[in-house]
Design a protein around this ligand. Structure first.
Ligand code: M6R
Length: 611
């Protein structure tokens, strides 16, 4: 969480920082601030979004050529002007922005208070900044040296960017556990939490690793470890176009990303799946095929929507590969004492590749000898780099806070991995393998057909937007989709929604059902069809309103449900890739109907880099 930006070079820093901050707002939007280092060091900050800051500082001097900027997702201290970053040190000589949490800040604060320091904010960031300044003043050393000494005492996660009134044109940056990318321009450098917002300035980037510190000037980038040894920066080229991070005529990123799915699914399959030859080519899988096929069990760790993809993968892997699979919330897994044997395979699923809990969970498992296989969207992200092997989902930048196209791409990649492993293990017949390859091949075109129903779903959104609660039910492969549908609705519309296995309903949630409760059934034709038909009847008997996602032409459910959304027929293993799309659209249109900011829902951030 929190977006961080830095610039040093010949341009006026402020417009660059504001531009990149706007693109990073998906990481947090509680407050915004900039520190500009010219003849003097100026700090401007404000509760609210980037636009609020811009408005507040019209007419101020913003002409410096070096600066740092921050968009906050509050951890320590409520969203307010005084808790906004950058923070200024006690002498006013230093300014700092931070993404992460300093866990031992209370201890450090006590030490500083004993020395007479006073604090203007409630943040851990201001504590760390003054701790650094204290070291600098006492040791009469450079800022770089003071940062290095201070970080050896810090427990927690951070990316910090600092500027010093006495060190013109220079930004000091350091990272542990939160992302930091440096963009290389001609006589200029950019810093950011994410590479894509820098695209319009440069495509050459360096991903900073944990425990590295960077000293950045317009013409110079020095990378060191905390032991003060120099590291050669590894410059990578971004394979992305600017259009990928713009709205392209859509009202919201979320809508654009929903509508991109025929293309993103196609991109995910492209060069990998050959339905004619009957092959799946995935180098990351091939390199670890022995470990994947011989695994006694597979553990999947993830959070949120990625966890739902993992849950569906459990069903698919167990069906196709006959390998036992356990799906774990990364946040629980990391703090348990899980039994991990050397050779266990952990599949880590993450859109951002930066989710703190997932990252730490796989670090722990790796230490115990597990093989880490990453299914990640953001190229070069921390989880991708920490994994032994993996497969990118190639969904392109996902900017809307609600995950949509990344989810369907995860489902596609996980299904391809399962198919490849199953073929290698001999747990699938060639005929079924070929059939499923064909089914996958047809998904982009079928996705287009589902999207053609968006107007109808918009009407349903109007009809149901005032409901207080929703229930989402599904069985088998559609159960994770029910969970995902409920999550989408909660985060985008703030309506309470629960996802349940349809059969579990009778063990409690059915008590909620009355004429005011919309119940969304994910009920495409599969092995459980008759069972779910009975569940629909049970809801109707209690006067619940049924909205059903069904397979085209399913007259049985059509005759029972209040409203239906039809999706093309597909094998039950791939059908969830289609049935999830109406869930996304329903949540989106309800959010819009309620005039909510669907791209930046309250209290959320795209990339959860704190635990
Ligand atoms: O980047 P990740 O996939 O690791 O993120 C995991 C969750 O934070 C994420 O899926 C979250 O639940 C989304 N807001 C869901 O739309």
């Amino acid at each position: 969480m929190c977006g961080i930006v830095g610039y040093t070079g010949p341009r006026v820093a402020y417009p660059v920082i504001i531009n990149v901050l706007k693109r990073l707002e998906y990481r947090g939007y509680d407050s915004t601030g900039v520190a500009l280092l010219g003849k003097d060091l100026k700090v401007y900050k404000k509760k609210g979004r980037v636009a609020d800051l811009e408005e507040a500082i019209v007419g101020q001097d913003v002409h410096a050529h070096t600066g740092i900027g921050h968009t906050r997702w509050a951890t320590h201290g409520e969203p307010s002007d005084r808790n906004a970053h950058p923070h200024s040190s006690a002498t006013g000589k230093l300014a700092m922005i931070h993404n992460g949490i300093i866990e031992n800040y209370t201890q450090l604060k006590k030490e500083l208070v004993r020395k007479g320091y006073e604090f203007k904010s409630d943040t851990d960031t201001e504590v760390l900044l003054n701790f650094i300044e204290d070291i600098k003043e006492n040791n009469q050393c450079s800022l770089e040296e003071a940062v290095r000494v201070a970080l050896k005492r810090v427990v927690g996660a951070y990316v910090i960017l600092l500027v010093d009134r006495d060190e013109p044109d220079t930004i000091i940056a350091a990272r542990k556990g939160s992302p930091l990318v440096i963009g290389i321009g001609k006589g200029e450098h950019f810093l950011g939490s994410d590479a894509s917002p820098m695209l319009e300035y440069t495509k050459e980037v360096v991903y900073v690793n944990d425990y590295e510190l960077a000293i950045i000037k317009p013409e110079e980038l020095v990378l060191k470890n905390l032991g003060n040894e120099k590291i050669t920066p590894y410059v990578q080229k971004l394979d992305l176009e600017l259009a990928a991070i713009e709205k392209g005529g859509y009202e919201h990123f979320m809508l654009k990303e929903i509508f991109e799915q025929p293309q993103t699914i196609y991109d995910c399959l492209r060069g990998r799946l050959d339905a004619v030859e009957g092959t799946i080519t995935m180098a990351g899988v091939q390199n670890y095929i022995g470990q994947l096929t011989n695994a006694n069990r597979i553990l999947i760790v993830a959070c949120g929507t990625s966890w739902h993809a993992g849950l569906l993968a459990e069903y698919i892997f167990e069906e196709l590969c006959r390998t036992p699979v356990e799906v774990e919330y990364a946040s629980e897994f990391r703090y348990r004492n899980p039994v991990i044997h050397p050779g266990d395979v952990i599949i880590a699923i993450s859109q951002s590749g930066e989710t703190a809990d997932t990252l730490v969970a796989i670090e722990k498992a790796k230490e115990q000898g597990a093989i880490i296989f990453g299914v990640v969207n953001v190229v070069g992200s921390s989880i991708a780099r920490l994994s032994h092997s993996g497969a990118y989902t190639h969904a392109g930048p996902e900017i809307g806070v609600a995950s949509t196209k990344a989810f369907t791409a995860q489902l596609v990649v996980l299904t391809m991995i399962a198919l490849k492993v199953a073929m290698e293990k001999g747990t699938i017949t060639r005929e079924r393998f070929m059939h499923l390859l064909n089914e996958l091949h047809e998904i982009p075109a079928k996705t287009e057909i589902v999207l053609q129903q968006s107007e109808k779903i918009k009407e349903l959104a109007e009809k149901y937007k005032d409901a207080r609660d929703f229930l989402y039910l599904g069985r088998g492969y559609n159960f994770p989709i029910a969970l995902e549908g409920a999550l989408k609705l909660k985060e985008i519309s703030y309506i309470h929604a629960e996802g349940y296995p349809a059969a579990e309903m009778k063990h409690g949630p059915i008590a909620l059902v009355d004429e005011s409760l919309p119940v969304v059934f994910v009920a495409t034709k599969d092995s459980y069809h008759e069972k779910i038909v009975s569940n629909i009847q049970e809801i109707k008997a209690r006067k619940g309103k049924v909205i059903a996602v069904i397979t085209e032409g399913d007259e049985t459910i059509k005759g029972m449900a209040d409203d239906v959304i039809e999706v093309p027929e597909a094998d039950e293993i791939v059908a969830p890739m289609l049935s999830t799309i109406p869930m996304q659209l329903l949540a989106y249109y309800i959010g819009v109907a309620k005039q909510l900011d669907v791209d930046k829902p309250r209290n959320l951030a795209k990339s959860v880099t704190v635990e």
